[in-house]
Design a protein around this ligand. Structure first.
Ligand code: NAP
Length: 473
């Protein structure tokens, strides 16, 4: 019998727990899923946009794992707090799998990034997702023009939320204050800007298409941006044999071979470029081949972003052209990717922002550390969709099971929960989480809405104890 700790209850953590309790080799395995937050599900609760209800419903699948008889959810337990170091955890469990994701935003490293009104998209997502660590911020939604830097799925999410009317979001679980702020938003133009072309953008086609289906917004694309993309070059005849047997290759400028997903993105963007304006109240401007070089401001507050026009090089990258363009912005959201956060006592690769590993085994000085594993974004970096984590978790669990004879010989504490309590942790167990769910349903009912998320630590912990918190948060 093995006792395993999985640190993190997002998709990678829950898929790891699922793979552990479902495998037939060690049927008695016990899994504790620890989370720093009182609520489970990680980015499914605190990252997936509120209007993506189908993806959100994945919580039902994750729930069935956390309700498995050999799985315990222990929320409000922070590795790194109250002396709960990786070393200490290894004294409590036969093995520990870190599934802590990539919690921080990447930086642009350009002048003006610190100006007021320049925020990370992760902050904005945390705010509209009711993450209890999110500052109860004023996002400056009085601004008429917003620049979103980056063309990945997070950029698409924040652009869509900004461009949607609050009435569209009212049926979702978006926190009430955020809904009020979005209702009063003065935002009319959202500029989503990529440094490369549409054929190289990171967003997925399904998410991209949604931008064109918003009731109160229209997408605008500049044909001049598109013309720069190698994928838009006019088609040339393919290679063919001539009469004398020589092979004539496609001339320079022929369209590059594109992965299927990129071709679909290109087609969607091209469709918008050809469409006349529809006069809707909000506009999403999709811009390409513009590299941010400086955030400009007045009195410490951002007013515009300065971009350098880029041109594609031969290797899929871009080079600067020495011409510049400014786009007005009362708010700038930087959506240029996430980055892993080191855990004290666990190795960390600063360059990659991940924990060094081999097939999920944590490497200390290049050697597998017995009993320590990783899965998810902290293992492979912040890429892929939620389902990617399933295969990633499986690979880690295969490694762990192969190590089982070694792991089971390790001496551990009888019940880690007692040890955690004795060390000052106050875990929120599954009934506590169910009480939070009930409180969120009651809060929603009191506001004439469906379930509404509780956005603060005190409210969550009060609800977990089964006590009534203040309503209207
Ligand atoms: P991402 O997919 O890595 O996209 C980051 C974007 O930022 C890229 O366009 C990148 O351009 C750009 N960028 C990076 N550094 C830059 C710089 N210095 N200046 C200008 N642009 C820069 O990251 P993400 O959007 O944060 O998404 C993270 C992961 O979560 C992805 O796997 C994504 O699919 C997933 N996700 C999925 C959903 C969904 O399925 N609905 C929703 C949200 C997130 P380059 O390509 O040129 O580097």
């Amino acid at each position: 019998m093995l006792r395993i700790a999985v640190v993190g209850s997002g998709p990678s953590g829950v898929y790891t727990a699922q793979a552990l309790v479902r495998q037939p080799l060690l049927p008695g395995i016990l899994v504790d899923v620890l989370d720093r937050l009182p609520a489970p599900y990680g980015l499914v609760r605190y990252g997936v946009a509120p209007d993506h209800e189908k993806i959100k419903s994945l919580q039902n699948t994750l729930r069935s794992v956390l309700e498995h008889e050999r799985v315990r959810f222990l929320g409000n337990v922070e590795v790194g707090a109250h002396g709960l170091t990786p070393e200490r955890l290894l004294g409590l469990y036969h093995a520990v799998v870190y599934c802590v994701g990539a919690a921080r935003d990447r930086r642009l490293g350009i002048p003006g990034e610190e100006l007021a009104g320049s925020r990370s998209a992760t902050d904005f997502v945390a705010w509209y997702s009711a993450h209890p660590d999110a500052a109860p911020a004023d996002f400056g939604l009085g601004a008429r023009s917003v620049v979103v830097i980056g063309v990945g799925n997070v950029a698409v999410d924040v652009a869509r939320v900004l461009a949607r009317g609050a009435e569209d979001l009212r049926p979702t679980d978006v926190p009430h204050r955020a809904l009020g702020a979005l209702a009063g938003s003065g935002v009319r133009d959202v500029h989503m800007v990529g440094r490369r072309g549409p054929s190289q953008a990171k967003f997925t086609t399904k998410e991209l298409r949604e931008l064109g289906a918003l009731p109160a917004a229209e997408v605008r694309v500049e044909p001049a941006d598109l013309a720069l993309d190698p994928a838009y070059a006019p088609a040339r005849p393919p290679a063919r044999s001539t009469a004398d047997g020589a092979v004539q290759g496609p001339a320079a400028g022929a369209p590059l071979p594109l992965a299927a997903v990129n071709r679909r993105n290109v087609e969607v963007v091209r469709g918008w470029a050809d469409r006349p304006g529809q006069g809707r109240p909000r506009r999403i401007h999709l811009r390409f081949f513009l590299r941010p070089v400086e955030l400009l401001g007045t009195d410490g507050r951002v007013t515009a972003v300065r971009f350098e026009r880029t041109a594609p090089d031969e290797r899929g990258g871009v080079r600067g052209t020495g011409t510049y363009e400014e786009i007005e912005a009362g708010l700038v959201l930087r959506a240029v990717g996430y980055r892993g956060v080191p855990i004290a006592g666990l190795p960390f690769d600063e360059t990659a922002g991940t924990v060094p590993q081999l097939a999920g085994r944590v490497l200390r000085y290049g050697v597998a550390s017995p009993g320590e594993y990783v899965a998810g974004w902290i293992k492979r970096g912040p890429t892929g969709v939620i389902g990617t984590n399933r295969a990633c978790a499986k690979e880690t669990v295969v490694s762990l099971l192969a190590d089982a004879p070694l792991l089971s010989a390790r001496r551990i504490t009888a019940d880690p929960l007692d040890a955690l309590r004795a060390a000052g942790h106050r875990p929120v167990e599954w009934p506590g989480w169910l009480a939070i769910e009930d409180a969120e349903a009651a809060l929603g009912a009191s506001l004439g809405r469906r379930s509404v998320k509780i956005p603060d630590w005190e409210g969550l912990l009060t609800a977990a104890r089964g006590e009534r918190g203040p309503s209207g948060t």
